[in-house]
Design a protein. Structure first.
Length: 343
């Protein structure tokens, strides 16, 4: 708590050097302190849509493979999800799940993060179909898909090879946007997690430049300032001497940039200055990968007349929504109301 107060105080005192001059800041940052009774009640409903706790010594990616079929079936039988194939302009055929709800006020497209073999599949996004159920029965449409090379989507993702994922994968996001727009004319929200948040911003700017269909708003979970910093923090968390040595010698940065098609240039701290649609930021205060202070800096570099920040003292990296789902839902609903998307 002391860390959060100190950081917010520091940033508030330094507002004039950023973009927030003459703007009342207090309502812009909301804080979740701990899970409430309402959160715990909603958590019970999420259990069928969550991967089971990871057994000791079993890699996340393997365990995820074991659970995704069960979750996919739950989405299809209880939430009317249908399977789709997205055909992107980079020639990849992407596996997708589309959850459609009657009279849905908005469409939400999820972009999972990226961490090579630990990259989540589309089923990781399943809890949102239960969480984002707003007052008056207003429930969005949801589209989740596997990046090329992951889950059920074909594509290269091997070590020291050019992968299907990376900066050029914005074409895969655009394919998702185009599918949703073809289906209906409701507002489109890109909700990205960590690197997925950077891809949401990157895709928005590419669509604007190329005159393609753009999203109407962004939700940026655990956003970082620049990719190089995120890479360093991720390697430090893994505490692997080999990776640290390779990174220190400069090879790691070069290899990853090669594998991910030049992703090192993706800098949310700079991209956000060109984003002119509303953005909701959410961030776990003690995030070990995308540090909280980086998310705050990106936020204060944005258009504060449109945007909102949700900080949480409970949760994990990109997982506030599963630890305090009710409070998360309330903040999300307020953001959509501020955008004029829901009543």
């Amino acid at each position: 708590m002391k860390k959060l107060i100190t950081l917010l105080l520091f940033l508030t005192l330094n507002i004039p050097s950023i973009k927030a001059t003459n703007i009342e800041l207090k309502p812009l940052i909301k804080t979740i302190k701990e899970a409430t009774q309402e959160d715990n009640q909603l958590k019970e409903k999420l259990k069928p849509l969550l991967f089971e706790p990871n057994p000791k010594n079993l890699p996340d990616s393997i365990h995820q493979q074991n659970g995704k079929e069960i979750i996919r079936e739950e989405l299809k039988t209880k939430h009317n999800a249908t399977e789709h194939t997205l055909k992107s302009k980079d020639e990849y055929k992407l596996s997708a799940l589309f959850v459609k709800n009657e009279n849905a006020p908005v469409n939400i497209i999820f972009l999972t993060g990226y961490f090579h073999q630990y990259t989540p599949t589309k089923e990781w996004c399943a809890p949102f179909v239960e969480i984002l159920n707003f007052d008056g029965g207003q429930k969005p449409n949801f589209l989740m898909f596997d990046w090329a090379g992951y889950g059920e989507s074909p594509g290269e993702n091997r070590f020291l090879r050019k992968n299907a994922f990376g900066s050029k994968a914005y074409k895969q996001v655009q394919a998702a946007i185009d599918l949703v727009r073809k289906d209906n004319d409701k507002p489109i929200i890109l909700h990205g997690f960590c690197f997925g948040a950077a891809m949401a911003m990157h895709t928005t700017l590419k669509a604007k430049k190329k005159n393609h269909t753009m999203p109407d708003a962004l939700v940026l979970s655990s956003v970082f300032a620049n990719f190089e910093t995120l890479l360093n923090q991720a390697v430090n968390q893994k505490n692997n001497w080999f990776y640290k040595s390779v990174l220190w010698m400069g090879f790691g940065k070069w290899c990853l940039d090669y594998m991910m098609n030049g992703s090192m240039f993706l800098k949310p701290i700079e991209m956000i200055q060109e984003i002119d649609i509303p953005c909701l930021f959410d961030h776990y205060v003690n995030d070990p990968f995308a540090h909280f202070d980086e998310g705050i800096k990106v936020f204060y570099n944005s258009d504060l007349t449109k945007n909102m920040f949700l900080a949480s003292e409970t949760g994990k990296h990109v997982r506030i929504h599963t630890t305090a789902p009710y409070q998360y839902q309330q903040a999300y609903e307020e953001f959509l109301q501020n955008c004029g998307f829901i009543s």
